[in-house]
Design a protein around this ligand. Structure first.
Ligand code: ATP
Length: 238
């Protein structure tokens, strides 16, 4: 299977405090891969490092065979890698639609921007209804949808999502997870960090489990979901 993203032996520290040890990941093209683990395990730290926001002590990240240490974080979107951080980073005093159009800043063709807008509005009809509303006045769930939709405006090959279901109503959680399945049909690869373990294992193809900064388990999501001992031991759920 061809890997779109390859992470080799990442070691990551905040100052002298090392929080990630020898983490390697292989993300196959077109699949949904989950990164699971308890609070403080290092999930966000790994995503931020892949996204170029943090520099590792050692280790390499390759996206489409390109060594990402040679790129700045803002250049990754040009390569087709989109990171939607937990903070969402929206422009709160701009409208929903202006936020979306800004997400397509790497695209010069206005017809393409228009068709991308239609695409994200079809995924998230709520954003279409609220397109003239200021992003800062949207609900938490709507803002999360907007952050994902804005990332999709640049036609990424791969999207990395940090806790996309955080703060969402159960109905909107379903909408976000359904969206990931639709993206998979459109051949967009996803790396997802989630607390919502059960649903994430249902929609993902494979999962890595992180404990205290180390990968302790990697396997097919269906197998992990159905293995009570793994769930109990590593994911704290019976
Ligand atoms: P959660 O599920 O709670 O978001 P996580 O698995 O994403 O957790 P990280 O946020 O990556 O975990 O944090 C991993 C470790 O690094 C934690 O012990 C955290 O306290 C520490 N850490 C995170 N950010 C910083 C920082 N800026 N400075 C120092 N330590 C940090």
């Amino acid at each position: 299977m061809i890997s779109i993203l390859k992470v080799d032996n990442l070691n990551i520290a905040y100052g002298n405090l090392q929080v990630v040890w020898d983490v390697s990941l292989n993300i196959p093209d077109g699949k949904i891969v989950a990164l699971l683990g308890s609070n403080g395990a290092g999930k966000t730290t790994i995503l931020k490092t892949i996204g170029g926001i943090l520099k590792p002590k050692s280790g390499k990240v390759f996206f489409c065979d390109k060594d990402l240490s040679k790129y700045q974080s803002h250049e990754l979107i040009n390569l087709g890698l989109c990171f939607v951080p937990e903070e969402r980073n929206l422009f709160i005093s701009m409208t929903v639609e202006d936020n979306l159009v800004l997400g397509a800043y790497t695209i010069r063709n206005s017809a393409k921007i228009k068709s991308n807008l239609e695409y994200v509005y079809s995924l998230f009809p709520r954003l279409f209804e609220r397109k003239k509303q200021l992003a800062g006045t949207m609900s938490g769930g709507e803002r999360q949808m907007l952050a994902i939709a804005r990332g999709l405006m640049a036609n990424p090959k791969m999207i990395m999502l940090d806790e996309p279901s955080m703060g969402l109503s159960p109905q909107n959680v379903v909408l976000v997870f359904e969206t990931l399945m639709k993206l998979k049909k459109d051949n967009v690869t996803t790396l997802i960090v989630e607390q919502n373990v059960n649903t994430t294992l249902e929609i993902s193809d494979s999962a890595y489990v992180l404990e205290h900064g180390r990968i302790v388990m990697h396997g097919d999501s269906g197998t992990i979901k159905n293995d009570d001992s793994i769930r109990k031991m590593y994911l704290g759920i019976a």
